[in-house]
Design a protein around this ligand. Structure first.
Ligand SMILES: *Cc1c(COP(=O)(O)O)cnc(C)c1O
Ligand SMILES: [Zn+2]
Length: 409
């Protein structure tokens, strides 16, 4: 917290004190952005101080984070996920340099753990007793897990279409789960009403400005894992837009404090059947709601909650937008699995599907260097994994049948 200056509204520009339970701008309802004293941070950090750190989690970057400290409650180990050099995949795609950042290895198996771990710390600072959120799945399961680790009760609202794998996580972590028969938008609205009524701590993305600060740690890690030599592009899937806005904030923080000397361009990847943000960029006009027609449930967001920040991030980075079909998403799941040994859920591999498509469309050159963030693990959504990869060969326990099969392989 010692480097936090305040919270600035991205819409009207007013500045407010950054309290633990700060949400949106009291004047206009716009999203707030946490502001830092970069000169002070720059005095404390260097490539060398970072190299000597032993903390192997998102809390490695305390100078850049809006928290007092972590206290001594037991926490899950979030972040410091691996960055793999994906040489075989790069070759298949015809790309010079490709890295895969596998955030599916987080404790509840998605990048959302970074935001939820932050939410739990802020809820503690705020003296809250209960945390609530609505989510298509991963925000919910990550909140439930990170809250359970420190003993916080949670109320979680999910749309009834949420995959069973994710709902099962909630139940195992002991969350109070309310499955809403309606869209994500309906679910979100109901959760907001309940949060107001009961005074719960609000972990809804794009309402709570601290979540993005947690998500930005993926960018801090990428930069450090690249030895502070940024790639030309960073690709990721986009739903509400909090992740891409957080990633951009992380890179800008590093740039402002002299830790990297150039910023990457963002590749914003959405599903063809639900791409309100990419459409707004491509057509250079305000975003409009879209239907939620994609099997990538984590990015099936027709009314993006963080549109202002996400659009600003894509534009500021001179970003590339690319939309992919569900077939291309499933193909990317197979490709990542076979060439990297990385198993992503549909929204998890959508960024990689976008890299392939952007190359095919000539939106990025083959000489480019790219980091593709895999945002969630494939075990969360096994029906779609089976859809991507098919069923195994099935035989009786009989050597004759096996010989037949082997001949045909
Ligand atoms: C939430 C999520 C995203 C998208 O993040 P937004 O902040 O909604 O844009 C992408 N992939 C996975 C696996 C997610 O859970
Ligand atoms: Zn405002």
């Amino acid at each position: 917290m010692k480097h936090v200056l305040g919270a600035k509204c991205v819409r009207c520009g007013r500045e407010w004190p950054a309290e633990p339970n700060t949400t949106t701008c009291p004047a206009c309802g716009g999203m707030l952005d946490i502001q830092y004293d970069y000169a002070a941070i720059a005095k404390e950090v260097s490539h060398e101080t970072m190299a000597n750190r032993t903390e192997q989690s998102m809390w490695r970057y305390m100078e850049y984070l809006p928290v007092q400290g972590l206290g001594n409650r037991p926490r899950l180990r979030v972040g410091w996920s691996p960055l793999y050099r994906a040489e075989r995949l790069a070759k298949v795609l015809g790309l010079n340099t490709l890295y895969v950042k596998d955030d599916g290895v987080n404790p509840t198996a998605s990048l959302k753990d970074r935001a939820s771990a932050m939410a739990v710390v802020k809820a503690e600072e705020a003296g809250a007793e209960i945390i609530a959120c609505s989510s298509t799945g991963n925000a919910a399961s990550s909140l439930a897990g990170n809250a359970a680790a420190v003993g916080f009760p949670t109320y979680i609202f999910v749309p009834s279409r949420a995959p069973k794998g994710k709902v099962s996580q909630l139940m195992i972590f002991g969350a109070h789960v309310i499955s809403v028969r309606g869209s994500y938008e309906d679910t979100f609205r109901l959760s907001q009403q309940a949060i107001e009524r009961y005074g719960w701590y609000n972990r809804n993305a794009a309402i709570n400005p601290y979540l993005m600060e947690g998500k930005k740690t993926v960018a801090l890690e990428i930069a450090e894992q690249l030895n502070w030599q940024m790639t030309d592009y960073v690709a990721l899937s986009v739903g509400d837009g909090c992740t891409i806005a957080g990633v951009w904030k992380g890179f800008k923080d590093l740039y402002a404090t002299g830790m990297i000397d150039r910023l990457p361009r963002l590749i914003s990847v959405q599903a063809e059947g639900c791409c309100p943000l990419n459409r707004a960029i491509a057509e250079n006009k305000p975003w409009e709601p879209m239907e939620e027609n994609t099997l990538a449930d984590s990015i099936a967001v027709g009314v993006p909650r963080n549109a202002d920040k996400a659009l600003a991030a894509i534009r500021e980075s001179d970003g590339v937008v690319v939309n992919v079909s569900d077939e291309e998403i499933l193909a990317a799941a197979r490709l990542l699995g076979r060439t990297c040994g990385v198993f992503g859920e549909p929204a998890g591999v959508t960024g990689t599907a976008g890299v392939k498509k952007a190359l095919e469309l000539g939106l990025i050159p083959p000489e480019a260097s790219v980091v593709s963030i895999v945002t969630g693990n494939g075990l969360k959504d096994t029906p779609n994994a089976i859809k991507a990869a098919g069923e195994p060969i099935s035989i009786d326990p009989d050597m004759g049948q096996l010989l037949d099969v082997m001949e045909r392989l």
